[in-house]
Design a protein around this ligand. Structure first.
Ligand code: FE2
Length: 191
């Protein structure tokens, strides 16, 4: 079981205090803020959510490639026996990779598609933060498209990711009865 302490220790060791680690902390705090609004039978373990969210981008210690950083994070965390966090590293890429895509990028040939609330909140919140700044899905996807002009396979993945993120956002908004975009923005303001 990955504790907050373990996750923080790994982030210190592999993140070395580099600027990209601030985004990881912002995603973890925002994911927790969203997770705390899920109650009753929908409730999730916010300590686990925070911990895996913190590590979702840990593969950036190797590369900032928009896809391969997820693969590197998966490999590292599988080696360390943190399967759930490893899965989130891989499955936050494009809001999920199908088996053929996974194999193409050096992952095991299986679907890495986020299905649980915990697995889906991480990429959603990730898409609602531009670095550490709150944003909207529209702005974030526009910015990602600009940054990856010419990378056709990634642009195609983004198109699918935007659809997934948009429908999950609407589902969560309805469930918690307030705007997840606002919850994320408030968590950043209060940090
Ligand atoms: Fe990422």
């Amino acid at each position: 079981m990955l504790s907050r302490h373990n996750a923080t220790t790994l982030m210190v060791e592999y993140g070395q205090g580099l600027p990209w680690t601030r985004h990881c902390h912002a995603v973890a705090d925002a994911a927790q803020a969203v997770g705390e609004l899920l109650t009753d039978q929908r409730a999730i373990d916010v300590d686990s959510l925070w911990s895996v969210a913190l590590l979702h981008d840990i593969g950036r210690y190797v590369t900032h490639d928009p896809i391969l950083h997820g693969v590197e994070g998966y490999k590292l965390l599988m080696d360390l026996c943190h399967e759930e966090a490893a899965f989130v590293c891989a499955s936050h890429i494009g809001f999920g990779l199908l088996a053929a895509e996974a194999a193409q990028y050096g992952l095991p040939a299986q679907d890495f598609v986020p299905r649980t609330r915990l697995e889906r909140i991480v990429p959603l919140v990730d898409f609602l933060l531009e670095g550490e700044q709150p944003t909207t899905l529209e702005s974030r996807f526009t910015s990602l498209r600009k940054r990856n002009t010419g990378n056709d396979s990634f642009l195609e993945m983004l198109h699918r990711a935007q659809g997934e993120a948009t429908s999950f956002l609407a589902e969560l908004d309805a469930e918690i009865g307030c705007s997840v975009v606002e919850v994320v923005a408030t968590s950043v303001r209060d940090a």
